[in-house]
Design a protein around this ligand. Structure first.
Ligand code: C5P
Length: 317
């Protein structure tokens, strides 16, 4: 009788939920003009990569964030963190208090142009939907995600997708096969608004080339051939990122010299992403880049991978 009572009490306290949050690279990032709301009209093709953060979300007496791993010291643990905003917003919608402790184990470089903060916010939405048994559908979560930031809906979506508007309007893109990537992480980060502002400045000064439409790139993705894809990769923000961080030029050159098919700045940078032919060539390129001293650290990754998803839910009390 006594044991039964104890078991009943324990079963109503939900177990922690763990969620994997993928990083992204923009295979094509076409930046249009500055809009009246301060955002730029984008045409972008995102790919979610296996380099990821892992979150654990557990019931607690107050909202608390903890961060471990890659660049943890630079991540705020207060209300300025997008994860905090995501938890508060979803709690508001659910009509409850955000009483959870969220532990973020960073694998994605902080302020690196790989949407790590956005991925964590997307993972928080998925995790809380599960923990609180809200039963919200993906499109309902996507609407909350778009309020939080331009890259958050894609982190939820995953795979390969065409993004328009601020980047929050998504259409899935067919990508055959896995692609092999090497990521060169830079010392320090870049602020996304500052990189967009730098591009606006470069465009006032001169006429930096603009990417066209990504049709050919989408065909190359459907073919699954990295040789076809490589020459079509492009990022309008690259000129601005390199203008703010001229050392990236050397990193980009070193990756191609090491045998990558192509390299580009990931999103607003400063991470550089290199497309490679095979897993083996990615490992070789990564080793050579590490030795060349042109990056703080180097990782390999594959894409596409799924969006933010539950990795386990421990059923035991
Ligand atoms: O949407 P998010 O908060 O991630 O955007 C951060 C900043 O990046 C914006 O305030 C804006 O300066 C810039 N941005 C932009 N155009 C976009 C997306 C972001 O100018 N489409």
């Amino acid at each position: 009788q006594h044991l039964l009572g104890l078991g009943t009490v324990l079963s109503v306290v939900p177990s922690p939920v763990t969620v994997r949050a993928p990083s992204k690279v923009n295979l094509h990032l076409g930046v249009g003009d500055l809009r009246a709301d301060g955002y730029h009209e984008l045409t972008t093709v995102f790919q979610a990569l296996s380099l990821a953060d892992d979150l654990e979300i557990a019931p607690a007496n107050s909202l608390t964030l903890r961060v471990t791993g890659e660049g943890a010291a630079e991540v705020p643990t207060d209300r300025t963190n997008l994860v905090w905003k995501a938890a508060v917003r979803l709690a508001q919608l659910a009509g409850r208090a955000p009483l959870v402790e969220i532990t973020i184990d960073k694998g994605i470089p902080v302020a690196g142009g790989m949407a790590g903060g956005s991925a964590d916010a997307a993972a928080t939405l998925v995790g809380l939907n599960e923990l609180w048994e809200l039963g919200l559908h993906r499109d309902e979560l996507a609407a909350v995600a778009a309020e939080l930031g331009s890259d958050v809906p894609f982190a939820l979506h995953g795979g390969t997708a065409l993004g328009t508007g601020r980047g929050e309007r998504l259409l899935p893109v067919l990508a055959r096969n896995s692609f092999h990537w090497v990521l060169a992480l830079a010392k320090g980060g870049l602020s996304t608004p500052e990189v967009f502002t730098e591009l606006d400045r470069l465009r006032v000064q001169g006429n930096p080339p603009r990417l066209g439409e990504p049709q050919a790139l989408m065909q190359a993705l459907a073919s699954g051939d990295p040789h076809q894809l490589a020459p079509l990769l492009g990022n309008d923000l690259q000129a601005a990122a390199v203008s703010l961080r001229p050392d990236l030029r050397r990193t980009l050159r070193a990756g191609v010299e090491a045998g990558a098919l192509a390299g580009l700045v990931s999103g607003s940078g400063p991470t550089c992403a290199f497309l490679c032919e095979t897993t083996e060539s990615a490992v070789a390129v990564a080793a050579e880049l590490s030795g060349a001293g042109v990056a703080r650290s180097v990782r390999t990754a594959t894409g596409p991978v799924p969006g933010a998803r539950i990795t386990s839910q421990d059923e035991s009390p």
